[in-house]
Ligand binder design. Structure first.
Ligand code: B12
Ligand code: SF4
Length: 539
């Protein structure tokens, strides 16, 4: 057959910015790569693909982007589910026959709502995309091997993103991966190498695995052999990776990564409080005292970055302030790369705990599961805790302490860290102290909407994205109502409960759930069948 018109495909990493910043965050590291991996499932040059990251470039509200689409593919974090629904409404309004495919954590945890909304509500991994492409367009439109399409991203910045594994072998009680229950999988070295060689040349590689260290020392060392040889070949100047706490049990791991070109590691410290770590089931952070792990890494010449989490429903304000005061006065550890509230993400043990202890606030919304908005009843007064949350992400009000910390940190590690490592860590501290200077007014953008935020899910305004950016079909209006976690009395929403119940029955490796008839008939439209779409794509 001769193709007269190539199918038009739009792939979107759907995202709600917690501060309602409308411009995206192109300078932020890490960027999400799901949309680029999904683009890699299509055969090159046979399909007209646009890959768009709302995190990088801001909300996609341009009406023309949704016109004459054959397929819309959606990915994103759990909180982005409503945004996926908005984009679906836009595509179906402008391109009534467009096939909508969605996957990722939100779809996995909301199988019923997803099946009712999308044509393909995928439970599986990116490889499922190949089967859907074959189904909708035909064999010719699917790539044989998926390599991320960074050429479609046109990103600036010095970092290329590579994945060496998928999922995690730990089960922290708050983690989305614990809810999803997939097995940790290391990639074949040949696939890792192909990702590096295929990506546009950048100074640094960031391995964005959840757990770069993994559960097999042999596989880890083999991976390092490969990375060392690629580094020596001059493909990049150095690399960074995300490791779990058990990595620091063996000092030789630090020597091994350094010898392979590693400049820095990120690890989820979460808290320095042992009782809190136990509550989170974060056992791997208890095998080596955390402060010691941090100091050993920095002394060994490997920069260390970490995130901190605070859970006002199990920690008092005093305890949280004390932890922050300790960290900002401890010059042997860097300041955190990010700070957030602990999120009871859908389907996690923490979520179940919050439901059974009636901890969710009234009128809690899925959209607010962003680590920025308070979702659960705090131990202290709500207004005091919301003020804490407001200041948290930038350590507002601590400028002097931060600057003093920078001086102390510099003195402690000026001999073990290189100039570039030191600059990188101090820049992070300064970002917390003086964000507007560090980001040239670009990041984090303080939007006008941000001043209206309450930081409490019950009253947090939904933001402008819940009003359609252009006229959508009457039957799609409901796509702009927020997905609720609790009702006004704080009781778990029935639809959420039904989804989470159904999720237990969805076989983990069942692959996609076809839902064409459900979704489209509910909207009163006609499903665009696989053969119809293929017929349009081919002549
Ligand atoms: C880059 C990144 C971000 C980016 C972009 C995330 C995005 N996708 O939109 C930013 C900076 C925005 C971000 C923010 C946050 N993140 Co983040 N982030 C990551 C990171 C490091 C990489 C994501 C990625 O690109 N992976 C590569 C792609 C290919 O895989 P994937 O997205 O995991 O998708 C897999 C499946 O879900 C599935 N899939 C996904 N979509 C689709 C679609 C289809 C059609 C199909 C078939 C399959 C499919 O296929 C993939 C496996 O093959 C991951 C850790 C990790 N290594 O995955 C954490 C991770 C996704 N983030 C996480 C968290 C907790 C957060 C925050 C809540 C942190 C916080 N406390 O502030 C915030 C959310 C803020 C908000 N406003 O909602 C969690 C999970 C979050 C969740 N489920 O909601 C993760 C898994 C880290 C962890 N282990 O805890 N994050
Ligand atoms: S170690 Fe990290 S990725 Fe693994 S379960 Fe815990 S939080 Fe999730």
């Amino acid at each position: 057959m001769i193709h007269t018109q190539r199918p038009r495909v739009l792939i979107v990493l759907a995202h709600f910015d917690e501060t309602r910043n409308p411009r995206g965050r192109p300078d932020f590291i890490p960027q999400g790569t799901g949309h680029l991996f999904l683009a890699g499932a299509f055969a090159r040059d046979c399909v007209d693909i646009r890959a768009y990251s709302e995190f990088h470039d801001g909300p996609l509200v341009d009406e023309t982007a949704f016109a004459e689409l054959d397929m819309l593919v959606l990915t994103g974090v759990t909180a982005a589910f409503d945004r996926m629904r908005h984009l679906t409404a836009y595509a179906r309004t402008k391109s009534p026959r467009c096939v909508v495919v969605a996957g990722g954590p939100a779809v996995r945890n909301l199988p019923v709502s997803s099946a009712a909304t999308f044509d393909y509500a995928c439970q599986g991994d990116i490889e499922d995309m190949q089967a859907i492409i074959r189904d909708v367009f035909g064999e010719w439109a699917a790539a044989e091997t998926i390599l991320p399409r960074f050429d479609l991203a046109n990103w600036g910045g010095p970092v290329m993103y590579v994945e060496t594994s998928r999922y995690c072998n730990f089960k922290c009680s708050f983690c989305a991966l614990t809810a999803e229950g997939r097995r940790y999988q290391g990639y074949d070295p040949a696939y890792i190498e192909a990702q590096v060689r295929n990506a546009p040349r950048k100074k640094y590689v960031l391995f964005i695995d959840n757990n770069f260290y993994g559960n097999s020392k042999d596989a880890f060392l083999a991976k390092l052999d490969l990375i060392r040889s690629l580094w020596r070949e001059g493909l990049f100047e150095g690399w960074f990776a995300l490791v779990t706490g058990d990595f620091f049990r063996d000092f030789s791991n630090l020597e091994a990564v350094r010898a392979a070109g590693c400049l820095g590691l990120f690890s989820g410290v979460e808290t320095l409080n042992e009782a809190q770590l136990k509550r989170y089931q974060k056992k791997q952070n208890l095998v080596v005292p955390q402060l010691q792990a941090i100091q050993t890494s920095l002394k060994a010449g490997v920069a260390f970055q970490y995130g901190l989490m605070f859970d006002p429903s199990s920690q008092t304000l005093q305890a949280m302030h004390e932890e922050l005061a300790f960290i900002t006065s401890e010059s042997t550890m860097p300041l955190p790369a990010f700070l957030s509230l602990t999120i009871p993400l859908l389907g996690t043990p923490l979520f179940d705990e919050c439901v059974s202890e009636n901890r969710f606030l009234p009128s809690a919304k899925l959209r607010d599961m962003d680590g920025f908005t308070l979702m659960t009843r705090p131990l202290d007064a709500l207004d005091e805790v919301s003020a804490f949350a407001r200041r948290l992400s930038r350590l507002d009000g601590q400028r002097l302490r931060i600057l003093r910390h920078c001086v102390g940190f510099y003195r402690t590690y000026r001999h073990s860290l290189s100039g570039r490592q030191m600059a990188h860590l101090l820049a992070n501290s300064l970002r917390l102290a003086v964000p507007s200077v560090m980001h040239h007014h670009r990041l984090p953008m303080r939007s006008r909407n941000e001043d209206n935020l309450t930081y409490v899910t019950t009253t947090q305004p939904l933001g402008p994205l819940y009003t359609p950016a252009f006229r959508v079909g009457e039957s799609f209006r409901s796509y702009f109502t927020p997905t609720m976690i609790t009702d006004a009395s704080g009781t778990l929403d029935e639809t959420i409960a039904m989804n989470l119940e159904a999720r237990k029955g969805v076989s983990r490796h069942a692959g996609r759930t076809r839902s064409v008839a459900n979704a489209r008939t509910a909207e009163g439209g006609q499903p665009a069948s696989a053969s119809e779409s293929a017929a349009r794509a081919q002549d």
